[in-house]
Design a protein around this ligand. Structure first.
Ligand code: HSE
Length: 402
């Protein structure tokens, strides 16, 4: 394929992103990519594209030898995997935004790419428009990475921004995130931190070469965050963000988790509002760098998909070099974590689990404590899954300047 070769695309899904891609490619012939067929599930719906482009038969794309690229933008991860598998086995490259499919099937997706010598690109699956995957793959290849952490889910960041800034209740903010097209069809994936764990597992693979099942990532979502917690944050000049973190430990292990986190107002993560995402990349030589941009929504996602389509014109493939180098690296969450836990007066907490309590407060309606607890003890505790307890990481806690 030469750079100016025309790409013929078979598109699966004509939702918000699919339609966005279609429109951009139609208006920009200089991108040298044409949508030849669009496979949809509901032919009865009105579509803003010529009727002859649409089909309900996946084979019209998969068996068409003139189609070189499949762009897969459907919601159902199992169906998306089936399409992706068939497309790659037919010698077609695939562009996808489906983080669930990728997180659940990374090992097979690697085999399919190698076996069929095709590309599989998915920049849009992690942080929307922010080019995190290609940066981790290409740019951060020589300088030793020490950490990658940040806000990787636009919906929860939107909800937390509404709750903190405008004091809008949780359910109302969630509804708004859904209306704006940021949330997943099943929004529990967003608010329970599952979407962030999918994305963090993909980041772990590209940053450090560690391939794990996303379910091994310790995660807690934002469902139990209370207005009392925002009041505490306000008083301490902090805000609350859902932060996905991975850190390189000196013994060739990695720590990885997704947790609501208190972020000091004077730090860059606190400036990431609404559906924006922001990722801090720590490395030995460069110290810390920050990638920031829109993480959800039609056009930001379309931007990353289009970038992948353009990259296919010069046969770009992820090299996955780090996975070949770092084969002995493992996941290990054994250290202590400093957490803030708030709970109503009817709840009890086992203080013996903590190695140190830094601060506690007993209020009429709600109380809190801040202490150090071994990560595994936290996850195994009775209060970890109890929605009456709000658990927020408090990494920058020091009694002196709180
Ligand atoms: N629901 C996802 C989010 C969409 O809010 O970040 C983009 O992956």
């Amino acid at each position: 394929m030469s750079y100016y070769n025309q790409l013929n695309i078979g598109l699966f899904g004509f939702g918000v992103v699919g339609e966005g891609i279609y429109k951009v490619l139609e208006q920009k012939p200089q991108l040298h990519a044409t949508i030849k067929k669009i496979c949809i599930k509901h032919p009865e719906k009105d579509r803003n594209a010529p009727a002859e482009l649409f089909t309900t038969d996946a084979d019209d794309i998969l068996n068409d030898k003139t189609i070189d690229v499949v762009v897969e933008l459907i919601n159902d991860a199992a169906a998306a995997m089936d399409i992706t598998r068939k497309a790659m086995n037919s010698g077609k490259s695939v562009v996808s935004a489906n983080k669930k499919m990728i997180a659940e099937n990374m090992a097979e997706l690697l085999d399919l790419q190698r076996k069929n010598k095709v590309s599989f690109l998915y920049e849009a699956a992690v942080c929307g428009s922010v080019p995190i995957i290609r940066n981790l793959e290409e740019y951060f290849d020589n300088d030793l990475l020490t950490s990658v952490s940040g806000i990787v889910n636009g919906s929860t960041n939107f909800i937390l921004s509404e709750m903190a800034g405008k004091k809008i209740p949780y359910l109302e903010s969630l509804k708004k995130a859904q209306e704006l097209g940021f949330a997943e069809t099943d929004p529990s994936l967003d608010v329970e931190g599952i979407d962030a764990a999918y994305k963090l597992s993909i980041i772990l693979f590209h940053a450090f070469g560690l391939l794990i099942d996303y379910s091994q990532i310790i995660r807690k979502g934002i469902v139990s965050i209370d207005s009392f917690d925002f009041q505490y944050a306000l008083e301490k000049r902090k805000t609350i963000k859902l932060v996905a973190t991975t850190k390189w430990n000196s013994d060739n292990t990695l720590t990885a988790y997704v947790l609501p986190t208190f972020v000091n107002k004077n730090t860059v993560l606190s400036t990431v509002h609404n559906e924006y995402n922001g990722v801090l990349i720590g490395s030995t030589l460069a110290d810390e760098q920050f990638l920031f941009g829109k993480g959800a929504g039609r056009y930001p996602t379309s931007s990353a998909v289009l970038s992948d389509i353009s990259a296919l014109k010069y046969d770009y493939k992820y090299a996955y070099k780090k996975s070949q180098r770092n084969q002995s690296v493992q996941l290990k969450n054994e250290q202590n974590i400093t957490v803030y836990i708030s709970f109503s007066k009817n709840e009890k907490i086992d203080l013996d689990l903590f190695s140190e309590i830094h601060e506690s407060f007993v209020g009429k309606e709600r109380s809190y404590l801040i202490g150090d607890i071994p990560f595994q003890a936290l996850v195994n505790s009775d209060f970890w899954r109890n929605e009456q307890f709000s658990i927020i990481a408090n990494p920058a806690f020091t009694s002196g300047n709180e």
